[in-house]
Design a protein around this ligand. Sequence first.
Ligand code: ADP
Ligand code: ADP
Length: 230
Amino acid sequence: KCILEVVNLEYSYPDGTNALRKVNLPIIKGEKLAILGSNGAGKSTLFMQLNGTYRPDSGCIKYRGEEISYKNKALIELRKNVGIVFQDPDSQLFSASVYQDISFGPLNLGLSEEKVIERVERALVDTETKDLQDKPTHLLSYGQKKRVSIAGVLAMEPEVIIFDEPTAGMDPRHSQEFMQLLDKLSDQGKTMILSTHDVDLAYSWADRLVIMYRGEIIAQGLPGELFLQP
Ligand code: ADP
Ligand code: ADP
C-alpha cells in the first residue's frame, strides 16, 4: 500500500550542503501527509527527490514498490504521477491564458483533443477557476494564480500531489479556503503531501505528520500521538 517510499536517502548539493540525511519515509496511497519543518529543513529538496528531479547520493526512492530508474521514459512516467505545486505560482504559469496554461500538460502527454478538453474542464471546475479561463495569467490575483497552478497539476491526473508551503503568506481566511480545496481533492482519493510551518494547520488537516530538522526526520506519527516539545 506504499505508493512511494524513501529509503535511506542521502543527498548533498554540489556546494556540499548536506540537505538530506538517512531519510526513511513510506507514503501510503490515499493519505494526507504533512511535513513540518523550519526553513532549510530539507522539505523542498525531498520533494524534488520524490519526482525524480534530483537523484540521491545513496539510498533510493521506490514508486509502487520499484526503485526509480533515472531513465527518460521512467522519469516522464514518474513526473506524470507525482505532481508538485510550487510555492510561487509564477514559477509554474507561463502560457498566455489560463485555459492554455492548464491544457499544456495534457497536450504534452499526447492525449486526444477530446480527452484534453475533458481534463481541463474538470480541473477548472475542481479549482473553481472556470470563470477565469480566458484571462491572461499575469492579470490574476495571487490567490487565483495559486488555483490555476493547481489546476495545471490536476489536469495531469497525478496519483500523488505535493504542495510546497501552499498557505505561506496567506491570511487565515484565505488559508482556510485553500484547505477546503485540498480536502475536496483528498476526497477524490488522491495521495497528498504538504509542507508547512503552520503547526495548527498540519495537525488539523493531516492523517500523518512528519517533522524534519536539518535534513533529518526527527519525528513522525498520527496527529493524536505526536506532541511537539514546548
Ligand atoms: P526547506 O524546503 O525545508 O526550506 P530546502 O530543501 O530548500 O529546505 O533546503 C535544505 C538545505 O539545502 C538548506 O540548507 C538549503 O540552504 C540547502 N539548499 C537548497 N537548495 C540548494 C541549492 N540549490 N544549492 C545548495 N544548497 C541548497
Ligand atoms: P484572491 O483575490 O484570489 O482572494 P489574493 O490575491 O487577495 O487572492 O490573495 C490570496 C491570499 O494570498 C491572501 O491571503 C494574500 O495575503 C496572500 N498573498 C498575496 N500575494 C502573496 C504573495 N506574493 N506571496 C504570498 N502570499 C500572498
